[in-house]
Every structure is written in structure tokens, then in C-alpha cells.
Design a binder for this molecule. Structure first.
Ligand SMILES: Cc1ncc(COP(=O)(O)O)c(C=O)c1O
Length: 339
């Protein structure tokens, strides 16, 4: 990947003249079955621009509970798009019936009109949960009937596709606009794309520029993304198997609560019993032993597998984690991260 980045042909992407970014955009549009794709430096900027492009200030956006746009984007939806969020469903998913029940009418004197529904697939905080395909189709169909836009926060769409045996295009197909990440599981140093209808492009470019995200010679990121799509997509299944292995080991501990059969992708979320160490303590003790993971809450842990961590390393990490989780509670530590 580094060699491909070093050899990348570059141009000025603010003028649409970076040939390598253009190739990546075309490739992602083709893979997702959309008319166009536009590059962004980060997934958060892609999400924020999507919110802004598909809503008006004062609108309501219906999302899954604990979605990234609500929990991990420092309130950007309220600042950048001026929207409010309605969280529905459980464990990262919701049904078309729950969506329809939460819709508020548009252009009403009283209600914040619902103009967007956003699905996160896979769902980060729920533990890499894959959104059920039939429900996604029913939700997007209902959205169209109500004049509501649909967005897929697909930062981990590649994982959803590999885990469910569907093509990326099939996962993306119900949605008007879709985001994907070249970083995370695919291993590129950065870059996310929004893919959707061509007539949305001027609006997306405008808001990208307004967010400070229009860049110049970024072909090296394009080359990293193209390399990642070619070499690192199919191997995501290894990350999924490694995550499941970690979940199996944690399920055998006294203090962790986890159902390993729910771990289908590369995210492991487990809960800790009250009489054992808390999440901050486990994170700190694991870090001392070279195992990095997040505390999602006082008694909730998140571990993520990826291409830089081999099966053997995951096996060692699982053993160390199990030991730390089953150790005495001790004194609470601080400084746990949750991104
Ligand atoms: C579902 C989801 N959307 C968006 C993002 C944001 O991506 P980035 O870290 O590139 O801003 C993440 C990052 O973890 C994510 O999990």
C-alpha cells in the first residue's frame, strides 16, 4: 500500500483533476451501484455533509439507538445541519413499523418534520451488528412513500457485505446516499466516500468545501483506497473469525457477559458484572499488557479486530483480557477512550 501511495499520479482535486482520486471515486461508485462517489478526508465529515445535504435546519432525523451521528460526532448534527435526532429500535437495528411510527409530518406548524432516515451498517456501539436486509429495503421504501431521504452510514459496509454474503452493491442499493470508509477494516490511512445520485454532487462538493474538506494533491490517499479495495476486502472474513474467537474466550470468563453468536463482524462488545473490575480498570490493565480496547460505558467494553492483528495476536489478547476481566476489582482507573 505504501509503495502504491508513493507511486500515485496526483493532480488538484479541488478542480476534480486528481486522476487517482477520480479512479477511486469511479471504482467506489461502481462497487456500490451509484451514479457518482465523492471523496472526504474522514467518515465524520462525510456523515456531517450527508446530514446537511439531505435535510433543512429544524428537521428531524430518525436513526438507530446509539448511532455514530448521535454519540460520536460531538453534536455536529445540531451545529452543521441544525437537525434533531430521534433514536429508535434496539441493539443497532429498527423495523419499518418503528420507523413509520416515529415519522413527524413535514411542513406542519408544530412538528419538526422528518426529512431523513439514517441506518448504520454495521452498527458500531451495538457490536458490529449487521442490519437485516429485508428491513432496510422496507424502511427505504416507506421513506420514499413519505418523501423522506435515506442515508446509510456504511463506514463498515464492507464488513456487513462480507458477513452477510451480499455484494456491497446489494447492501447499498435501498439507500439514496451511502458512506463508506477506506480506513478502519480496509487499512488505508484515511478517506471516506459518499456515493449517490449525480444531481446531489454540487451540494456535496459545496458543503465539503464549507467544512474545509476540499483538498489538493491527494492521489496518495486514492492509491491507498484502490489498493485496499483490491487486496483487503475479502480478508475481512479473517477479522470476523478473530473477533468471534475473542468473544468465545470472553464468554468463558466469570465476569464478562457476552453471547458469542451475536459477534458476526470485527467488533466485540461485552458487558461486565457488577462484582468484577469496571471497564476503565480493564482498559487500563489491558493497556499495560499491550492490549488496546475502549470503554463504551462504565461496564461496557469494545474490542475491534483488524488486518494488523494476526490470529495468534488475537488469541494472546483474548487470554490476557480474560485474565484481567476475572481479576479482583481493585481501584478504579481513569482515562478510558471511547471513539
Ligand atoms: C459508523 C461510523 N460512522 C462514521 C465514523 C467516523 O469515521 P472517521 O473516524 O473516519 O471520522 C465511524 C468511526 O468509527 C463509524 O464507526
Amino acid at each position: 500500500m505504501v509503495a502504491a501511495m508513493a507511486a500515485a499520479e496526483v493532480g488538484d482535486d479541488q478542480y476534480g483533476e486528481d486522476p487517482t482520486i477520480n479512479r477511486l471515486q469511479d471504482r467506489v461508485a461502481e462497487l456500490l451501484g451509484k451514479e457518482m462517489a465523492l471523496w472526504f478526508p474522514t467518515g465524520t465529515m462525510a456523515d456531517q455533509v450527508a446530514l446537511r445535504a439531505l435535510t433543512r435546519p429544524g428537521d428531524d432525523v430518525i436513526v438507530s439507538r446509539e448511532s455514530h451521528v448521535v454519540w460520536h460526532e460531538v453534536g455536529g448534527g445540531a451545529v452543521n445541519a441544525g437537525v434533531q435526532f430521534t433514536e429508535i429500535g434496539t441493539a443497532g437495528v429498527f423495523t419499518a413499523a418503528q420507523f413509520i411510527a416515529a415519522i413527524k409530518p413535514q411542513d406542519h406548524f408544530l412538528y419538526p418534520g422528518t426529512s431523513l432516515v439514517s441506518v448504520e451498517d454495521t452498527h458500531n456501539r451495538a457490536g458490529g451488528v449487521v442490519f437485516p436486509a429485508a428491513e432496510a429495503s422496507a424502511i427505504c421504501e416507506a421513506a420514499r412513500e413519505h418523501g423522506i431521504n435515506s442515508f446509510l452510514d456504511g463506514a463498515r459496509l464492507w464488513n456487513a457485505a462480507v458477513a452477510s454474503g451480499r455484494s456491497p452493491m446489494a447492501v447499498a442499493s435501498p439507500f439514496d446516499l451511502v458512506s463508506v470508509a477506506m480506513s478502519k477494516g480496509l487499512g488505508a490511512p484515511g478517506g471516506s466516500l459518499l456515493a449517490g445520485p449525480r444531481d446531489l454532487l454540487p451540494r456535496l462538493r459545496r458543503f465539503r468545501r464549507m467544512s474545509g474538506g476540499a483538498m489538493r494533491q491527494i492521489g496518495s490517499f486514492g492509491a491507498a483506497g484502490l489498493y485496499a479495495l483490491e487486496h483487503n476486502l475479502d480478508r475481512l472474513a479473517e477479522d470476523h473469525a478473530n473477533a468471534r474467537h475473542i468473544a468465545d474466550v470472553l464468554a468463558g470468563t466469570r465476569n464478562a457477559r457476552i453471547d458469542p453468536t451475536t459477534v458476526r463482524t470485527n467488533v466485540v462488545v461485552c458487558h461486565l458484572r457488577e462484582d468484577g473490575p469496571d471497564a476503565a480498570m480493564v482498559v487500563a490493565r489491558a493497556r499495560e499488557r499491550g492490549v488496546l480496547l475502549n470503554a463504551l460505558g462504565p461496564r461496557t467494553l469494545r474490542a475491534v479486530t483488524h488486518l494488523d492483528v494476526s490470529r495468534e495476536a488475537c488469541d494472546r489478547a483474548a487470554g490476557l483480557l480474560a485474565m484481567v476481566i476475572d481479576a479482583g476489582p481493585g481501584r478504579a482507573a481513569s482515562g478510558a477512550r471511547s471513539d
